[in-house]
Write a protein that binds this ligand. Sequence first.
Ligand code: UD1
Length: 370
Amino acid sequence: MAERGLLKIVNVVGGRPNFPKIAPILEAMAEVPTVTALLVHTGQHYDHEMSRIFFEDLKIPEPDFFLGVGSGSHAQQTARVMVEFEKVLEKERPDLVVVVGDVNSTMACALTAKKLCIPVAHVEAGLRSRDWTMPEEINRIVTDTISDLLFTPSRDADQNLLQEGVSPQKIHFVGNVMIDSLLTYLPKTQERDTLERFGVAPGNYATMTLHRPSNVDNRRVLAGIIDAISDFSRTQRILWPVHPRARKMLEELKLSHMLNEANGLKLIDPLGYLDMLALNRSARLILTDSGGLQEEATVLGVPCVTLRDNTERPITVEAGANRLAGNDPDRIRSAFSSALNGNGRKIRIPELWDGKAAERIVDVLSRLSQ
Ligand code: UD1
């Protein structure tokens, strides 16, 4: 601790899914006079609609440091974050680094801090897909293994950590911090004209997101998914905000022509936080391979079909909101019809997904300075 009673914390964001997680944490830290909170943006995501718009929508303060690392291979991106973040840590010498989620910036900054003997807290710890081909699974495991404080969103995450031999003293079950943002901003979506702008009405459309390398980087797989989606789009309008990675691969793999067959499918640019939330809350169905959207669908009570074989968020399946469809076209087709028919499932909100996770995190952190 730099000075007894005071705590200097460096918080890290890098990619789109990090922003709704850090926003409530920074807000809660601002309430504690003994905490000095700095924000570092690595620049892993940099387009306006992948980064800046989230700062505006979620009222995240300007970063104190912007590292500008940009895109690259895993090694390039991770290495650039480490080199630049080390300079920030050498200058600021914080008492603690807080990382969220599972993107490359999360792991890179956790590693950099630990090598300088600076304690690390990981928010969203303990999630496991058991799929080692997923870059995020490696990021999760490395980050959890070296972190000093592990804030978990669900009880299954605690179990995963305990099974890996993590000391129970390090684990704090605090709930889902991303749901803090969702519950804060949900009422504000009512004032927006998002649905009118996209020409849809509540309950008459589905939303879709797709960006995992395992789904979009392989021609056969991506063609199969688009084929299933095309069939579905004959009877169901679908809005697809296209992630830059998916946009790039549609062109590179020469699959854009398949979209002409999909009458009810509308491709749009990536959306900010509030527009996406406005669309998701009134959607009939959410189709996704994102982790965060599985959780948001659960709290919104909207059935979700996940285009993956596994999930690090099994609680969303247990809660009755989520179905795993993999990326086989026939499985996807049958998951659509069961999700739309509902099969009488009731959706249950998981424990401590109540909008107060950030408060609990900051409560634990502020006790460190006492
Ligand atoms: C990253 C995360 C993933 C997260 C996703 C959310 C890792 C390993 N992956 O995946 O966990 O779910 O973000 O979006 O950290 N690009 C742009 N503009 C941007 C950012 C990216 O055009 O602002 C393009 C670039 O061509 C880049 C590609 O998207 O090469 C992939 O970006 P990258 O950050 O490497 O991974 P994501 O697929 O976005």
